[in-house]
Ligand binder design. Structure first.
Ligand code: NAP
Length: 330
């Protein structure tokens, strides 16, 4: 184990993680940021971002990530291009182990590991992601103006995003594997009464078809009759749920029944000194701008926390934050 105790370790390289890097580095905390294997996370897969303030012209998700990274590094954020495989938040300084087998110790940790949209896991899906296959209507809907799109899923997300897509697309077909929706009644009603939306029931997408450049259609299978058909479409929006990337924190941080980390309004997790930002703790907004805001807030809370620890010691700060004796081995 390294003898050095870091001020703060940031886990995750999406908008929340990089923003936490920018802020903590500018505060001279010399953060280490673990990028994981996919720098930028979900946003790096987004074709174009045009609702992030400050960029009146659309910017590709990949370029936005590159800019976040440059800015974080400019202020001295140290990037570690690897995954974190284990954490121990029951001791302080906290312990963070990386996949290379190195153990780090840190006075504070910011968790920004994001969420992963569930995949259909059918041929063509990966190949055409960003070229007709999307997991975000807010991000990509505009590019399907006057086009035909399909939406896969029968939950609240599929209804909400399907309804949103009718602002742009000329036709929206919701493909659901059963003949009943999981979505709330109100969203179901809104979808049923929308003239641009049609439903394709008891049907799964078997393959996403394309011309090497972009999506041109899907192969559908009716699960009741077994009938297979080719259905032309310009876009395939997949909303079959998200999973927060929180498995690493099982038994360490409080999470809800779906695995989202529970934070208070200041991005504090259940462990004093561990903060969380972005989609690992937020299934509601899921935007670059909100993740950036949460990353900044987590970094500012970290700065405040470290100053207090310097002043009073961890035990006392933790006791004040939890309102009870800190349940930690220090
Ligand atoms: P969800 O409720 O888990 O729904 C996922 C949908 O995808 C289900 O209809 C499911 O089918 C289908 N599905 C799952 N795996 C599939 C596969 N491999 N192939 C085809 N279809 C598949 O997920 P969600 O819609 O993302 O919602 C997540 C949570 O956020 C929910 O609690 C929801 O209420 C909440 N949410 C709320 C709002 C709102 O209140 N405005 C908006 C969005 C989300 P089955 O039905 O057959 O299982």
């Amino acid at each position: 184990m390294s003898e050095k105790v870091e001020n703060v370790i940031i886990i995750g390289s999406g908008p929340a993680g990089f923003t936490a890097g920018i802020y903590t580095a500018r505060a001279n905390l010399e953060p280490i940021l673990f990028t994981g294997h996919e720098i930028g996370g979900q946003i790096s897969l987004t074709y174009e971002v045009e609702n992030y303030p400050g960029f009146p012209e659309p910017i590709s998700g990949a370029e936005l990530v590159e800019r976040f990274q440059k800015q974080a590094e400019r202020f001295g954020t140290r990037l570690q291009y690897e995954l974190v495989t284990e954490v121990d938040f029951k001791t302080w300084p906290f312990v963070v182990k990386s996949e290379m087998g190195t153990e780090y110790r840190a006075k504070a940790v910011i968790v920004a590991t994001g969420a992963t949209p569930r995949k259909l896991q059918v041929p063509g899906e990966q190949e055409y992601t960003g070229r007709g296959v999307s997991y975000c209507a807010t991000c990509d809907g505009f590019f399907f103006t006057d086009k035909r799109v399909i939406v896969v899923g029968g939950g609240d997300s599929a209804m909400e995003e399907g309804i949103f897509l009718t602002r742009f697309a000329k036709e929206v077909f919701i493909v659901h594997r059963r003949d009943q929706l999981r979505a709330s009644k109100i969203l179901q009603q809104r979808a049923f009464s929308n003239e641009k939306i049609d439903f394709i029931w008891n049907t799964v997408v078997e393959e996403i078809l394309g011309d090497d450049q972009k999506v041109t259609g899907v192969r559908l299978r009716n699960v009741k009759t077994g009938e297979v058909t080719e259905f032309p479409t310009d876009g395939v929006f997949i909303f079959i749920g998200h999973d927060p990337n929180s498995a690493l924190f099982q038994g360490q941080l409080a999470m809800d029944e779906r695995g989202y980390l529970i934070v208070d309004r200041y991005q504090h997790t259940s462990v004093p000194g561990v903060f969380a930002a972005g989609e690992v703790a937020d299934h509601r907004y899921r935007q670059v701008s909100t993740s950036v805001g949460q990353g900044a807030a987590a970094a500012m809370e970290t700065e405040r926390f470290l100053a207090e620890v310097e002043d009073k010691g961890y035990q006392e700060v933790a006791r004040e934050m939890l309102g009870e004796p800190a349940p930690l081995r220090v």
